[in-house]
Design a protein around this ligand. Structure first.
Ligand SMILES: [Zn+2]
Length: 328
Protein backbone atom coordinates (compact mmCIF):
# COMPACT_ATOMS: atom_id res chain seq x y z
CA UNK A 1 0.00 0.00 0.00
CA UNK A 2 1.51 3.30 -0.94
CA UNK A 3 0.79 6.50 0.88
CA UNK A 4 0.18 9.64 -1.06
CA UNK A 5 2.98 12.06 -0.55
CA UNK A 6 2.62 15.80 -0.18
CA UNK A 7 4.83 18.77 -0.26
CA UNK A 8 4.07 22.44 -0.12
CA UNK A 9 3.60 22.70 -3.86
CA UNK A 10 0.76 20.27 -3.60
CA UNK A 11 -0.70 22.01 -0.61
CA UNK A 12 -0.57 25.39 -2.24
CA UNK A 13 -2.40 24.05 -5.27
CA UNK A 14 -4.93 22.26 -3.16
CA UNK A 15 -5.72 25.19 -0.89
CA UNK A 16 -5.24 28.08 -3.26
CA UNK A 17 -8.76 29.29 -2.63
CA UNK A 18 -8.13 29.79 1.07
CA UNK A 19 -4.88 31.60 0.40
CA UNK A 20 -6.66 33.88 -2.04
CA UNK A 21 -9.54 34.49 0.36
CA UNK A 22 -7.15 35.36 3.13
CA UNK A 23 -5.03 37.65 1.04
CA UNK A 24 -8.06 39.49 -0.22
CA UNK A 25 -9.34 39.84 3.32
CA UNK A 26 -6.06 41.17 4.66
CA UNK A 27 -5.50 43.61 1.82
CA UNK A 28 -8.99 45.02 2.07
CA UNK A 29 -8.92 44.95 5.88
CA UNK A 30 -12.07 42.93 5.71
CA UNK A 31 -14.69 42.56 8.38
CA UNK A 32 -14.57 39.43 10.53
CA UNK A 33 -17.77 37.40 10.17
CA UNK A 34 -19.47 35.85 13.14
CA UNK A 35 -18.86 32.18 13.77
CA UNK A 36 -21.44 29.58 14.72
CA UNK A 37 -21.01 26.19 16.31
CA UNK A 38 -21.61 22.74 15.01
CA UNK A 39 -25.17 21.40 15.47
CA UNK A 40 -26.12 19.51 18.60
CA UNK A 41 -27.14 16.50 16.55
CA UNK A 42 -23.64 16.22 15.16
CA UNK A 43 -22.11 16.51 18.62
CA UNK A 44 -24.48 13.91 20.02
CA UNK A 45 -23.69 11.60 17.17
CA UNK A 46 -19.96 11.95 17.61
CA UNK A 47 -20.25 11.28 21.31
CA UNK A 48 -22.47 8.25 20.70
CA UNK A 49 -19.85 6.53 18.57
CA UNK A 50 -16.84 7.55 20.70
CA UNK A 51 -15.45 9.79 18.00
CA UNK A 52 -12.19 11.50 18.84
CA UNK A 53 -10.63 14.83 18.18
CA UNK A 54 -9.24 14.48 14.65
CA UNK A 55 -5.92 15.97 15.73
CA UNK A 56 -5.04 14.44 19.08
CA UNK A 57 -7.32 11.46 19.56
CA UNK A 58 -9.05 12.74 22.71
CA UNK A 59 -12.48 11.13 22.94
CA UNK A 60 -15.32 13.61 22.71
CA UNK A 61 -17.70 13.65 25.63
CA UNK A 62 -20.01 16.42 24.53
CA UNK A 63 -18.33 19.10 26.60
CA UNK A 64 -14.70 18.95 25.64
CA UNK A 65 -14.85 20.19 22.08
CA UNK A 66 -15.14 23.44 20.19
CA UNK A 67 -15.96 24.35 16.64
CA UNK A 68 -12.86 25.62 14.95
CA UNK A 69 -12.67 27.68 11.77
CA UNK A 70 -10.04 26.10 9.60
CA UNK A 71 -9.18 29.34 7.89
CA UNK A 72 -9.63 31.49 10.99
CA UNK A 73 -12.35 34.11 10.82
CA UNK A 74 -9.69 36.67 11.69
CA UNK A 75 -7.86 35.71 8.51
CA UNK A 76 -10.89 35.97 6.30
CA UNK A 77 -12.40 32.55 6.94
CA UNK A 78 -16.07 32.06 6.23
CA UNK A 79 -18.59 30.59 8.60
CA UNK A 80 -19.47 27.66 6.34
CA UNK A 81 -19.39 23.89 6.84
CA UNK A 82 -16.42 23.55 4.55
CA UNK A 83 -14.45 25.80 6.84
CA UNK A 84 -15.43 24.23 10.14
CA UNK A 85 -14.13 21.30 12.13
CA UNK A 86 -14.79 20.06 15.63
CA UNK A 87 -11.64 19.88 17.76
CA UNK A 88 -11.09 19.13 21.39
CA UNK A 89 -10.79 22.23 23.56
CA UNK A 90 -7.05 21.74 24.00
CA UNK A 91 -6.34 21.45 20.28
CA UNK A 92 -8.62 24.37 19.54
CA UNK A 93 -6.76 26.55 21.97
CA UNK A 94 -3.36 25.26 20.83
CA UNK A 95 -4.23 26.32 17.28
CA UNK A 96 -5.23 29.76 18.47
CA UNK A 97 -2.02 30.03 20.44
CA UNK A 98 -0.09 28.91 17.41
CA UNK A 99 -1.35 31.68 15.16
CA UNK A 100 -1.12 34.25 17.92
CA UNK A 101 2.43 33.26 18.68
CA UNK A 102 3.25 34.55 15.21
CA UNK A 103 0.78 37.34 14.76
CA UNK A 104 -0.17 38.57 18.20
CA UNK A 105 -3.71 39.73 18.67
CA UNK A 106 -6.08 40.40 15.79
CA UNK A 107 -6.75 42.31 13.64
CA UNK A 108 -4.22 40.39 11.63
CA UNK A 109 -4.22 42.62 8.59
CA UNK A 110 -1.79 44.90 10.36
CA UNK A 111 0.78 42.13 9.95
CA UNK A 112 0.03 41.43 6.37
CA UNK A 113 3.13 42.85 4.76
CA UNK A 114 5.88 41.14 6.62
CA UNK A 115 4.09 38.08 7.88
CA UNK A 116 2.46 36.77 4.75
CA UNK A 117 4.75 33.80 4.35
CA UNK A 118 4.05 32.77 7.93
CA UNK A 119 0.34 33.29 7.51
CA UNK A 120 0.40 31.23 4.36
CA UNK A 121 2.15 28.35 6.06
CA UNK A 122 -0.30 28.43 8.90
CA UNK A 123 -3.21 28.28 6.47
CA UNK A 124 -1.74 25.39 4.49
CA UNK A 125 -1.04 23.52 7.69
CA UNK A 126 -4.48 24.20 9.14
CA UNK A 127 -6.27 23.17 5.97
CA UNK A 128 -4.18 20.07 5.54
CA UNK A 129 -4.54 18.72 9.06
CA UNK A 130 -8.29 19.29 8.78
CA UNK A 131 -8.36 16.87 5.88
CA UNK A 132 -5.73 14.40 7.00
CA UNK A 133 -5.24 14.74 10.74
CA UNK A 134 -1.75 15.35 12.04
CA UNK A 135 -0.32 12.27 10.37
CA UNK A 136 1.23 14.45 7.70
CA UNK A 137 1.26 17.62 9.67
CA UNK A 138 4.97 18.10 9.33
CA UNK A 139 4.66 18.72 5.65
CA UNK A 140 4.84 22.17 7.20
CA UNK A 141 7.41 21.46 9.89
CA UNK A 142 7.48 24.84 11.56
CA UNK A 143 3.74 24.77 12.16
CA UNK A 144 3.83 21.12 13.10
CA UNK A 145 6.43 21.75 15.76
CA UNK A 146 4.71 24.87 17.08
CA UNK A 147 1.46 23.00 17.33
CA UNK A 148 3.12 20.16 19.20
CA UNK A 149 4.76 22.71 21.49
CA UNK A 150 1.47 24.42 22.14
CA UNK A 151 -0.58 21.28 22.46
CA UNK A 152 1.69 18.74 24.11
CA UNK A 153 4.71 20.67 25.28
CA UNK A 154 6.73 19.59 22.27
CA UNK A 155 6.19 15.88 22.10
CA UNK A 156 5.15 13.85 19.18
CA UNK A 157 2.75 11.52 20.78
CA UNK A 158 1.44 8.32 19.35
CA UNK A 159 -2.24 8.62 18.89
CA UNK A 160 -5.30 6.71 17.90
CA UNK A 161 -7.70 8.84 15.94
CA UNK A 162 -11.26 8.09 14.91
CA UNK A 163 -12.29 11.58 14.04
CA UNK A 164 -14.09 13.74 11.55
CA UNK A 165 -12.68 16.30 9.21
CA UNK A 166 -14.34 19.46 8.00
CA UNK A 167 -18.09 19.50 8.50
CA UNK A 168 -18.78 19.43 4.79
CA UNK A 169 -17.00 16.09 4.54
CA UNK A 170 -19.43 14.06 6.66
CA UNK A 171 -22.96 13.83 7.96
CA UNK A 172 -24.63 12.13 10.90
CA UNK A 173 -24.51 8.37 10.30
CA UNK A 174 -21.17 8.41 8.47
CA UNK A 175 -18.16 6.69 9.95
CA UNK A 176 -15.10 8.70 11.00
CA UNK A 177 -13.17 9.98 8.00
CA UNK A 178 -9.91 10.75 9.71
CA UNK A 179 -8.72 7.41 10.98
CA UNK A 180 -5.39 6.19 12.00
CA UNK A 181 -3.85 4.23 14.76
CA UNK A 182 -0.34 5.35 15.09
CA UNK A 183 0.38 2.70 17.66
CA UNK A 184 0.25 0.17 14.85
CA UNK A 185 2.38 2.03 12.38
CA UNK A 186 6.07 1.64 12.05
CA UNK A 187 8.61 4.27 11.46
CA UNK A 188 9.19 5.06 7.83
CA UNK A 189 12.34 6.75 6.67
CA UNK A 190 11.91 10.22 5.38
CA UNK A 191 12.93 11.06 1.92
CA UNK A 192 13.20 14.41 0.31
CA UNK A 193 11.96 14.41 -3.22
CA UNK A 194 14.28 16.11 -5.64
CA UNK A 195 12.28 18.89 -7.16
CA UNK A 196 13.71 20.52 -10.19
CA UNK A 197 11.57 23.58 -9.93
CA UNK A 198 12.68 26.16 -7.43
CA UNK A 199 11.44 25.63 -3.95
CA UNK A 200 8.02 26.65 -2.81
CA UNK A 201 9.13 29.68 -0.92
CA UNK A 202 11.62 31.08 -3.31
CA UNK A 203 8.96 30.81 -5.99
CA UNK A 204 6.36 32.73 -4.13
CA UNK A 205 8.34 34.86 -1.79
CA UNK A 206 11.05 37.27 -2.59
CA UNK A 207 13.74 38.38 -0.23
CA UNK A 208 14.60 36.43 2.82
CA UNK A 209 11.26 34.76 3.21
CA UNK A 210 10.92 32.14 5.82
CA UNK A 211 13.76 29.78 6.41
CA UNK A 212 12.81 28.77 9.88
CA UNK A 213 11.58 25.35 9.04
CA UNK A 214 15.04 24.04 8.77
CA UNK A 215 15.65 25.15 12.30
CA UNK A 216 12.45 23.74 13.60
CA UNK A 217 12.75 20.43 11.87
CA UNK A 218 16.27 19.98 13.11
CA UNK A 219 15.13 20.66 16.61
CA UNK A 220 12.42 18.07 16.63
CA UNK A 221 12.16 16.80 20.12
CA UNK A 222 11.86 13.23 21.11
CA UNK A 223 10.92 13.53 24.71
CA UNK A 224 8.35 11.89 26.84
CA UNK A 225 4.95 13.51 26.92
CA UNK A 226 3.81 15.77 29.70
CA UNK A 227 0.24 15.14 28.73
CA UNK A 228 -0.85 11.68 27.80
CA UNK A 229 -3.53 11.10 25.28
CA UNK A 230 -5.74 8.22 26.17
CA UNK A 231 -4.52 4.71 25.46
CA UNK A 232 -1.30 5.66 23.86
CA UNK A 233 2.31 4.80 24.01
CA UNK A 234 5.09 7.03 22.88
CA UNK A 235 6.40 6.36 19.46
CA UNK A 236 7.73 8.44 16.66
CA UNK A 237 5.22 9.92 14.32
CA UNK A 238 5.44 8.54 10.84
CA UNK A 239 6.24 10.82 7.99
CA UNK A 240 6.02 8.91 4.76
CA UNK A 241 5.48 12.10 2.86
CA UNK A 242 7.89 14.55 1.41
CA UNK A 243 9.03 17.31 3.66
CA UNK A 244 9.06 20.93 2.85
CA UNK A 245 12.16 21.65 0.90
CA UNK A 246 14.76 23.28 3.01
CA UNK A 247 16.27 26.45 1.73
CA UNK A 248 19.85 27.46 1.86
CA UNK A 249 20.56 29.80 4.71
CA UNK A 250 22.06 33.13 3.87
CA UNK A 251 25.54 33.12 5.30
CA UNK A 252 26.20 34.91 8.55
CA UNK A 253 28.49 37.29 6.74
CA UNK A 254 25.90 38.15 4.10
CA UNK A 255 23.28 38.87 6.69
CA UNK A 256 25.50 41.02 8.89
CA UNK A 257 26.81 43.05 5.96
CA UNK A 258 23.27 43.59 4.78
CA UNK A 259 21.95 44.58 8.19
CA UNK A 260 24.79 46.91 9.17
CA UNK A 261 24.77 48.67 5.81
CA UNK A 262 27.19 51.40 4.85
CA UNK A 263 27.23 53.41 8.04
CA UNK A 264 28.55 52.72 11.48
CA UNK A 265 25.76 51.63 13.81
CA UNK A 266 25.63 50.56 17.43
CA UNK A 267 25.76 46.89 18.28
CA UNK A 268 22.52 47.47 20.10
CA UNK A 269 20.87 48.63 16.90
CA UNK A 270 22.34 45.68 15.04
CA UNK A 271 20.87 43.42 17.70
CA UNK A 272 17.43 44.86 17.04
CA UNK A 273 17.86 44.39 13.32
CA UNK A 274 19.00 40.81 13.83
CA UNK A 275 15.96 40.11 15.99
CA UNK A 276 13.65 41.45 13.31
CA UNK A 277 15.45 39.45 10.69
CA UNK A 278 15.21 36.29 12.76
CA UNK A 279 11.56 36.89 13.37
CA UNK A 280 10.89 37.19 9.67
CA UNK A 281 12.94 34.16 8.91
CA UNK A 282 11.74 31.71 11.51
CA UNK A 283 9.08 33.41 13.56
CA UNK A 284 11.55 33.21 16.40
CA UNK A 285 12.96 36.14 18.22
CA UNK A 286 16.25 37.26 19.57
CA UNK A 287 19.85 37.35 18.52
CA UNK A 288 20.58 34.14 20.39
CA UNK A 289 18.32 32.15 18.12
CA UNK A 290 19.83 33.84 15.10
CA UNK A 291 23.40 32.98 16.03
CA UNK A 292 22.41 29.49 17.16
CA UNK A 293 21.24 28.88 13.60
CA UNK A 294 24.85 29.18 12.58
CA UNK A 295 26.04 27.16 15.54
CA UNK A 296 27.43 30.09 17.50
CA UNK A 297 27.03 30.88 21.16
CA UNK A 298 28.28 33.78 23.21
CA UNK A 299 28.17 37.54 23.04
CA UNK A 300 27.43 39.22 19.77
CA UNK A 301 30.76 41.05 19.87
CA UNK A 302 32.75 37.86 20.37
CA UNK A 303 30.91 35.95 17.71
CA UNK A 304 31.17 38.73 15.15
CA UNK A 305 34.85 39.35 15.79
CA UNK A 306 35.63 35.68 15.60
CA UNK A 307 33.54 34.91 12.54
CA UNK A 308 33.89 38.03 10.47
CA UNK A 309 37.40 39.09 11.50
CA UNK A 310 38.79 41.85 9.30
CA UNK A 311 35.55 42.36 7.49
CA UNK A 312 34.14 44.35 10.37
CA UNK A 313 35.38 46.83 12.89
CA UNK A 314 33.95 47.00 16.38
CA UNK A 315 34.96 50.01 18.44
CA UNK A 316 34.00 51.86 21.59
CA UNK A 317 33.14 50.52 24.98
CA UNK A 318 30.19 48.62 26.27
CA UNK A 319 27.32 49.61 26.15
CA UNK A 320 28.19 51.97 23.31
CA UNK A 321 29.92 49.57 21.02
CA UNK A 322 29.80 50.51 17.36
CA UNK A 323 30.15 48.29 14.35
CA UNK A 324 30.97 49.09 10.78
CA UNK A 325 31.73 47.06 7.74
CA UNK A 326 35.23 47.58 6.43
CA UNK A 327 35.23 48.61 2.80
CA UNK A 328 35.82 45.71 0.52
ZN1 LIG B 1 -7.48 17.42 20.22
Amino acid sequence: MSEKTYDLYDLEDKYQQSLDDCKKFLISKGRVVKGTKISKSRIDYMVSINATCPLCGAIFNGKNSNTEHILPLGLGGKNVANNKIQLCVACNSAKNNLIQSYLGQPPYWKYYDDKWSTIKKFILWSEFVSDEGIRFSDSVPSMHQRFLDARFGGIEDSINVRGYGRLSSWKVGDGPNINFDQRKTKKVLRDTKDKTKSSFFSMIESGIGILGDKIFSDKKKKIRPKTRVQNTQVKEIINPHVKEKELELESLEEVIIKLVGKDEITLQKLGIKISKYENKRSGGKGTREFFATYGHKGTMKNILEKELGDKIDISGDHPNLQIKINSL
